[in-house]
Design a protein around this ligand. Sequence first.
Ligand SMILES: C[S@@+](CC[C@H](N)C(=O)[O-])C[C@H]1O[C@@H](n2cnc3c(N)ncnc32)[C@H](O)[C@@H]1O
Ligand code: SF4
Length: 464
Amino acid sequence: MNKAVNQLVVDLELIRRLDKNGPRYTSYPTADRFNDTFTAESYRQWIEKRKAEGGAKPLSLYIHIPFCNTLCFYCACNKIITKDRSQSAEYVRYLIKEMEMQAALLGPGQVVEQLHFGGGTPTFMSDDEFRQIMAAIRRHFKLVEDGEYSIEIDPRKVSNETIELLGSEGLNRISVGVQDFDAEVQRAVNRIQSEEETLRIIHAARANGFKSVSIDLIYGLPKQTLQGFGATLDKIIAVDPDRLSIYNYAHMPTIFKPQRRIHEDDLPAPQTKLDILSMAVNKLTKAGYVYIGMDHFAKPEDELAVAQRQGRLHRNFQGYSTHSDCDLVALGVSAIGKIGPTYSQNYREVEEYYVALDKDELPIMRGLELNADDLVRREIIQALMCHFEISKKSFDTGFQIDFDSYFSTEMGELREYEQEGLLEITPERIGVTPKGRMLIRNICMAFDKYLRTRTEHARYSKVI
Ligand SMILES: C[S@@+](CC[C@H](N)C(=O)[O-])C[C@H]1O[C@@H](n2cnc3c(N)ncnc32)[C@H](O)[C@@H]1O
Ligand code: SF4
C-alpha cells in the first residue's frame, strides 16, 4: 500500500474549474435510489439468509435521536426541533421496541463491534433515557472490549456528569459539533456556542477515558471570513483533537427549508471559500494532521490514519471507519441499515415510525437490493474514497470482469482527469494524485451509473 496515501495538494485553479455537484457516497447506490418495493418483509428475508449463512458477521449498530433544542439554520440533518423533553421519553420507548424486534429477528449472541449515536442531537435525551437504551443494548447484544462506540455531542447544555455517564456506559469516542467560534457567524446561523462550554466538554471526555475526540467544523457559512475561520482553527488545533471533519456548507434552501433563513448575500464569495479551504488544509497539515479523504483529517497515529496506510480503511454512513465488514442495523426514524447486499431505510416521520411499531411491524419505508453491477461499483467507490487507488486486476479476479472493457465509458471520462493531472492510469491500476484528492468525489462520480441516467445534478451540494 502506498505510504504517501495522505499527501494532498490543493490546486485552487483546478478545484474552481472542476467544481461539480455530487453526492457524498456514504452509500452506493445513494439513498435517492432506494424504493418501496423493498419492504419490511424483504428485510426479514435477508436477515433469514444471514442466519442461514451462519450469521457470524459482527454488527454495527446505529441509533438515531432526531431531537434538537434549537434550529441551526444551515442544518441538513434529519431532525425535529422541540423544547418538549417528554418527546424523547416516548421516542426511547419505541426505539427499544424496535431494538427488541430486530434482536429477535437476528438471533441471540450478536456481537456489536461498532455503535454510533447520531442525530439530531443524541444528548437531547436525559441521562436516564440514555441508560435505558444502553441497558437494552446490553440485554440484546454483546458489546466487546475493543469496540468503536461513539456519540455526537452538541456541547451546549451538556453537563460534565452526562459525559461521565456516557464514558461509564462504555462509549469511547465523541464527535463534537462546533462549526465556527466566530460570534458573527454564530448569530447568522442561530447557533450560539461559547468556546468555554466546548472546551469543557472536550476536557471532560478526556478525563472520562474517551479514546478519541473528533470536531466538526463547517466552511462556507454566512459571515465567515478567512481571518475569523483561521482564529477558530487555531483554537481548535490548540485543544489537540484526534480527528477533524471540515464540511463544506451545502446551501440548498429548496431542499432544506431552514436554510431560507440564511441571507445569500452573507455567504462568502466562491474565492473566499476556496481561500478558507486552502488555509484550513495548510494549518492542519502544519499542525501534523493528515488528510483521510472527503472532509476528514486525523493525527498520523490515529487509527483511521494507520488503517489507511495499511489498506484497511472503510467508509460507511457515519464517515470513515476501521471496522470492515459489519452488517449495519439502524434504529430510529430515517435511519439507514445495510445487511448483506441490501440497504433499508426507516420512515422519516416519527408518527409513521410509531404507527408501524404499534402494529408490531419493522418501520422500514424503503430500501434496495444491490445487483451485481451495483456491487462492483460500490467496491470501486469505497476503494477510491478510502485509499485513492484501485487495482484493476483485483476487480478482474474478484468480480470476473475485464475492467477496461466493462468500464470503457468511465475510462474515457477518467482519461480527461488523467490529462488534468488528477489521476495516474496504468494497465494495472488507477491512482489518484495528491492534487486529485480534493476532487475525489468528482472522480467517484464517473463510476456512478445512476448519475449517467439523470439529467440534472442540481440536487446535490457543490463538491467544493
Ligand atoms: C447531527 S450534527 C452533530 C450533532 C449535534 N446535532 C450538533 O450539531 O452538534 C452533524 C454535523 O453535520 C454537519 N452539518 C449539518 N448540516 C450541514 C450542512 N448543511 N452542510 C455541511 N455540514 C453540515 C455539522 O458539522 C454537524 O456538526
Ligand atoms: S446542527 Fe445539530 S443541533 Fe443544529 S439543528 Fe442540526 S442536528 Fe440540530
